[in-house]
Structure formats: C-alpha cells, structure tokens
Design a protein around this ligand. Sequence first.
Ligand code: IPM
Ligand code: MN
Length: 346
Amino acid sequence: SRSLNLAVIPGDGIGQEVVAQGLKVLSAVLPQDVKLETKEFDFGAKRYHATGETLTEADLDALKKHDAILLGAIGDPSVPSGVLERGFLLKLRFAFDHHVNLRPSKLLPGVATPLAGQPEIDFVVVREGTEGPYTGNGGTIRKGTEHEVATEVSVNTAFGVERVVRDAFARAQARPRKKLTLVHKNNVLTFAGHLWTNVFNKVAEEFPEVATDYIHVDAATIYLVTDPARFDVIVTDNLFGDIITDLAAAVSGGIGVAASGNINPSGEFPSMFEPVHGSAPDIAGQGKADPSATVLSVALLLRHLGHESEAARIEAAVSADLAERVGKPARSTEEIGDALAVRVAG
Ligand code: IPM
Ligand code: MN
C-alpha cells in the first residue's frame, strides 16, 4: 500500500485554523490504500518567544524525512519584522532549494474580481525562489547617520536562472495555450536583466512549440489589471514574482483563494505548500478565515506527488463551493472545510 508522510506546520494566527481544514479535506480525498501520516511541527512566534529559535539544523533534518510540507502561515506582530521571515520561511525555502515558487491564478466562476467585466484569468506565475534580492546579500555602513548607505544585492546565477526558466518552459509546453512570458526590468537592471533574457532566449530554442513574450515588470502590472487574459505562464525573479503574485491574487478572487507551492523539482528535499496569505492576526481565532487557499495548496501538493485525480477533485470542489456562495451568508472556516470534505468524498 502507498503512503503519504506529511510534515504539518500550522504556524501563527489563522494558520492553525486553515491547516486543520486542509488536513480534513486531504483525509477525505485520499484513496483508502494511501496511508496518511502527519507530523506536526510547532514553528512560529510562540516557539520563538519560548526558545529564541526559528528553525534549527535538527528541525531541518526532521522535516527532510517527509514527502512534503503543508504550511499555514508564520508571523506575528509580537516578533520584530524580518526575524521569522528570514529565520524561518526564507531559511526553509533556501535550505530545501525551493527554486520553483509556483503561484497559479484562476478566476473561478461566480468569484468576484475588482476588474471590469468577467475577464478570463487562468495563468500561473513561476517565481524564482532562491536567488535575487532575497539572498540576504547586502549591508549598511555609517548606520544611523545622515550618511547611512544600505545595499541589497540581487544575486542571479546562470545555473539558478536556467533551471527555473526551463521549468517554466516545460509547464507552458504542457498547457493548452503554450505561452511563456518573461517578466523583468532589463531596461534598467541591465546586468541581471540581460542574464535572464539571454538564458530565456537560449532555453526557448529547446521549446519551439512555446510562444514567448517579454514584458517589463511595471508594464506587467498594467496588463494584469487591463488584460490578464494575455498571460498563460509567467517566469520572473524572486522579488518581481512576490509583488506581481499579490496583484494576481487580488484580481483573481483575492488572497482567500491564492495557493502556492515552494517546489524542489528534483525531489532531493520535500516541497512545501502554503496559502499566499499571511497569519492575519486581526481575525485569528474567530473562525472567519477562508480555508480555500490552503485547501487549494493541498491540491498542488497532491499534484506534485503524482495524485492528479485527487488534486483535480479538490479543485472542482473548491470551484463548486465558491460558485454556491453567491448571495448566501458567510460561513465559518470550519463550515467551509466540512462542505469541501463532503464534496471531495462524494
Ligand atoms: C510570500 C511572502 C514572503 C515572501 C515573506 C513573508 C518573506 O510575502 O510568500 O510571498 O516575500 O516571499
Ligand atoms: Mn508575498
């Protein structure tokens, strides 16, 4: 019989609530012969306050033993900005070489968008996850003086860019429209921008069926609002990808339905799946959070591990649930989770 050995990190704030629903739906959708084993980890603000630790080498060793990781959200106003971001989330993404940060955007039927009309939105952003300005390469001199100087160096390697660009081409090739857009800023960032553009054009030769396109990141924010249907697959650097995927979420149903995967395609380390939203301390503990983003992240997790039909069933269930919400009173986190678990089982 098969097994799924999952590391679960509920984290802070609404992370706890939404992860519980994600696991509920996962248990409901898995075939009988797949044995689900979960191990919960207590990372986050509480552990940081109690021990001063965010993520140790021993933690990484323990996480490594799993097929995948499901994360709720990490972050709390009681912890200074940057401590958990760098000390936990980015540390984990870097340690497990999660270089493909996959963020699909699909506007599902009946879901509200701030955009005029009901545009077709169905694209996926492949955000580089281990390089760019996220590497922590920089420094400050003359700190606190009027002459303080801060640098934040963006690191781009031919190896790192090529592997994520190739992954994005393969994803575009597998989709019906077969279109890949490179988003960068090569008119100003002429060093990194040219590296990205050259690598993109070189890898394109291996994928003659994929139509290619280049857009500067500022212009991309316009098109995401005025003509999101033009996008199929987007590949971009870590910071541009961070910014445009929040915008992408905002136009395609909001942060309540935006899912993501931090993927290590080789399988050398477990991949991690998480909603794009944060811990939302303002609504934590009230049962108000929409678990759909986490449930859709579980679908990405299942697809990554080869459980395609179960992933598709979860996506169909979320889609049907969202379509039925129109005009009805809001339900609690748990009620939505229950309804989704019933749908995927039935
Ligand atoms: C995200 C978040 C993180 C990022 C932060 C919390 C480090 O915004 O997952 O998009 O910038 O990647
Ligand atoms: Mn972000």
